[in-house]
Design a protein around this ligand. Sequence first.
Ligand code: HEC
Ligand code: HEC
Ligand code: HEC
Ligand code: HEC
Ligand code: HEC
Length: 474
Amino acid sequence: MSELNKKSGSVGVFISIIVVVAIVAAFVIALLVNIFERKVEAKDRYVRVVEVTEDTTDPAIWGRNWPKQYDSYKRTALSTRTRFGGHGGSEALPAEKIKRDPWLKRMFLGYAFSIDYRDRRGHAYMLTDQEETKRHNVPQSGSCMHCHASIMPVYRELGDGDPLVGMNKTHAMSYQELNKMVHDMGHGHSVSCVDCHDPDSMQLRVTRPAFIVGLQKLAESNAPVPAIPSIEIWRQGSRKTPYDPNVDGTRNEMRSFACGQCHVEYYCSSGMPLTYPWSHGLTMDGAEKEWNETIINGERFYDYKHTESGAEILKAQHPEFELWSQGIHARSGVSCSDCHMPYMRDGASKVSDHWVRSPLLNVNRACQICHHDSEKEILARVDSIQQKNHDLLQRGGVALMDLLDAVQLAKDSGATAEQLKPALEFQRKAQWRLDYIASENSMGFHAPQEAARILAEATDYARQGQVEALKLSK
Ligand code: HEC
Ligand code: HEC
Ligand code: HEC
Ligand code: HEC
Ligand code: HEC
């Protein structure tokens, strides 16, 4: 090859490189422009036709700015039903839970729940269902409103701007008094946009004071929190300011915190402010420990005395956030919203489905994003978990009824209150565990192994109590 040929050859290569680089550059620029446009599109999908503020609790007003989210939010008024979830599907009040499982009724003798305990239904009904429940035949505290209405402006009003100070006044008010105040101030709405979103930035946030205080107690403990890594990070820091979910929480954690504001075990009565029992961790055992250490009016805390046996009973309430935190999904970073508010495609953008409901009605978007099995197979897996949990629960119910029968026998034989104490302590422990899983609304799905552990303990304690009582009967 001659010198000249070599030169013109390398010029050729040089030119082709320039051409290729130019084409690639043009392509990359076009792509960037495209991505940028889509981002702008995604951000500015909505036009703020109305201003919304911290006091805008009416979701219809927000709906004018964010019609897609509002449309799906409104669908929480539709009735839905799955094998173990939702309510009876009638337009009237939901089906009675205690009629279906008679042992529940006997377990709750002495408590308002034996009067009226229904299946939950959609968010749209949270305020009216609470207003209509027969449980108000016995006086209830204002604390009930915390999770059933868009109450933040009322807390600020009561606390001169500080919502925690405001909330801490409401347990001493009657339900009727606070309910009237909420309506009079124009905030008689179910959980609303402003409860989960900052009105200026639309950022996800939490508002409920009892939840924030509960998380702070959790952070200050040294209980393991595999489901909430930001608490670990806070613990390793200077701890100068208390853990604040709105500052320290990750975006992914916020997608569960939004729900943990209400779907939790709580103390709600006039004796002290609304309390979430997380100072020893998010487990069933941790909550039991905190309640056992709580003294109200000079006595160890109990929710009610059982009418038949006299045992001091702890009533559990819907610990979804807690049970979820013990499961494999939480550990893997799967949030409540991933399953209960999955993304829907809407042109170039994604919209979160605000029709909060059972994911079993929505397997395609709620589960198949991660699990590449057929819908039929996924539903069968869930059903298998729930059926086993249901069977264990019934077993526990039978054991508890046997304990109550044995206590009755012992009483008939003249056993004294002092002699009955050990049996009644077992009743307290057994019932707390049984109720913890019965009142949790996923029928064991949120953490199957943990639910089975708790139910096994419930049955064991019920049988131990039965043995103690039988020793006293002649
Ligand atoms: C991996 C998916 C998944 C995650 C994560 C998850 N759930 Fe669930 N949840 C389910 C399934 C499945 C059920 C059972 C639904 C049924 O039986 O119809 C359920 C049931 C429920 C129910 C009762 C629903 C009904 O229609 O009766 C509530 C309430 C609930 N979950 C709240 C939560 C909360 C709060 C969190 C987060 C702390 C959470 N879930 C996390 C899948 C999930
Ligand atoms: C302000 C309190 C509050 C918040 C926040 C909240 N919930 Fe609820 N949720 C309730 C109440 C109360 C009910 C029961 C309503 C009724 O039965 O009238 C309920 C019912 C439900 C149901 C049953 C729906 C049905 O059709 O049976 C599901 C599922 C659920 N919530 C999941 C969630 C998830 C997921 C989140 C977070 C994205 C969340 N909730 C946030 C209070 C709340
Ligand atoms: C910490 C939040 C919270 C507080 C406080 C609270 N609730 Fe609820 N409530 C919920 C959630 C979440 C549900 C839906 C899950 C369920 O039904 O198990 C619910 C469901 C209900 C329901 C419909 C299902 C049923 O059990 O009949 C009624 C009625 C109700 N609550 C009444 C009350 C009353 C009365 C009080 C005060 C003693 C109260 N709530 C306090 C969160 C709360
Ligand atoms: C119980 C809490 C809750 C309530 C109430 C709620 N949202 Fe959301 N919203 C969420 C969650 C969770 C997301 C997902 C945010 C994320 O992934 O960062 C979301 C996302 C959004 C987004 C961002 C885009 C998207 O769809 O992901 C908009 C806009 C929005 N919601 C509007 C509303 C409006 C309007 C209302 C009232 C009609 C409302 N939300 C009520 C929890 C809530
Ligand atoms: C964001 C991803 C994601 C979503 C959404 C999701 N899962 Fe999972 N799921 C996982 C991961 C991760 C595991 C842990 C096992 C693993 O690592 O493969 C898991 C485990 C499971 C298991 C085994 C549970 C156990 O205790 O061993 C079942 C059953 C399951 N998922 C069902 C569902 C159902 C039903 C839904 C929808 C309601 C769902 N998942 C939604 C990621 C997801």
